[in-house]
Design a protein around this ligand. Structure first.
Ligand code: FAQ
Length: 331
């Protein structure tokens, strides 16, 4: 239902009896937790599934800079500004590691970026929401980076070596990002009544979109079953979402904030929080390009890409000259 753009050639999980001997051997290696490396043989659908997920992830990191970039010039102190700039640079770096990981699968970064700009591939729904005040920067770090880590820690153990290794460093940095967001929220919640109200307003607006980051429910998730079989995904969308809720609700309580879900309750029997229904119509609308900021995000990305053309050309010219100098010196 939600997957319209990228055809990975798979509609259902491939059963062992339908696999060629080569595919069976591949699955046996996955089952034995042997990492797949770029030069290893892999089923075409495995390769395409990885390209789809890794590029969506890379684009999310890059587009994810935009909502925060909106606040660099208006951060409340020099220290907060320096931290925010460092965080945004980290996100750019994550995008670069991930594009590199995707390139090991035989695709070109330029083509991936063209596909993003043409609206052919997705990036995370969360980045189509606006950052209206400084508390939103706290909420992004606390909730969005918090959700990102919850999803990404298991990816450090995923079956594809270059993706798994990229995730190790990314997760270390995301963990710092999450703490800086919580620190902003704490400062605001300990501040004036108006500041606390801003923090509550940010939680009210970011809570549900953060839950949507984990993707459609397991029943609706098109790719989960096969991706889990291949250990591209280790945990399902709903499992990760539940872990996030269980971790985050006590943090909201610590801050003295109210989670905007009247149905939220602790189930002592299951040992988990139960939540009210997610508005999947809103999620679908955002994925179809009708979120509050979809058009703006792509427009700004394209402008940044075009503006950077001369920098890319200059870097290439410099690399060429350097290589020529080095080969002359070696001759
Ligand atoms: N937004 O069958 P599933 C970050 C699409 S990084 C948009 O369940 P899958 C860092 C999905 O692509 C955040 N699209 O798909 C940061 C598929 O469409 P397709 C990004 C979504 O792949 C923090 C269709 O729906 N993280 O935040 C979303 O098995 C702060 C069907 O769904 C990653 O990408 C969504 N929320 O599971 C940066 C992590 N959910 O491609 C700056 C890696 C689903 O067939 C500031 N990715 N879709 O057209 C994953 O773990 C998975 O790809 C999921 C989706 C869990 C996102």
């Amino acid at each position: 239902m939600y997957a319209q753009m990228v055809d990975t050639g798979l509609n259902k999980v491939v059963d062992a009896s339908q696999m060629s001997p080569q595919e069976q051997a591949f699955q046996a290696r996955i089952d034995a937790d042997v990492k797949v490396e770029p030069r290893d043989w892999m089923p075409e659908a495995y390769r395409r599934t990885l390209v789809r997920q890794i590029q969506q992830h890379a684009h999310s990191e890059v587009v994810g800079q935009l909502p925060e970039g909106n606040w660099v010039t208006r951060a409340p102190t020099l220290k907060r500004k320096a931290i925010l700039m460092a965080k945004i640079q980290d996100e750019a770096g994550h995008g670069l590691y991930l594009y590199s990981a995707a390139e090991t699968l035989g695709v070109s970064r330029d083509d991936l970026i063209d596909d993003l700009h043409a609206g052919k591939v997705k990036y995370s729904s969360i980045f189509n929401y606006p950052t209206l005040n400084w508390a939103d920067i706290g909420a992004i770090g606390w909730l969005v980076d918090g959700a990102a880590i919850m999803n990404q820690i298991p990816l450090c153990r995923c079956s594809y070596g270059p993706y798994a290794r990229a995730m190790v460093r990314i997760c270390k940095e995301e963990s710092f990002h999450q703490r800086q967001g919580f620190d902003i929220m704490m400062a605001m919640c300990r501040g004036s009544a108006d500041q606390k109200a801003m923090a509550q307003d940010a939680l009210d607006r970011w809570w549900w979109p953060s839950l949507m980051m984990f993707g459609p429910s397991d029943a609706e998730s098109v790719h989960s079953a096969q991706s889990m079989r291949w250990k591209i995904k280790l945990l399902s969308n709903d499992e990760l979402r539940q872990r996030f809720v269980d971790q985050t609700v006590p943090q909201a309580e610590y801050l003295g904030l109210r989670v905007p879900d009247p149905a939220l309750r602790w189930n002592a029997q299951s040992g988990h929080y139960e939540t009210g229904p997610i508005d999947w119509a809103e999620f679908q609308a955002v994925l179809r390009g009708h979120g509050p900021c979809n058009r703006d995000r792509i427009r700004v990305r394209k402008e940044a890409w075009d503006d950077g053309q001369w920098v890319r050309e200059a870097a290439m010219a410099h690399a060429r000259k350097r290589a020529e100098r080095e080969s002359r010196a070696a001759a």
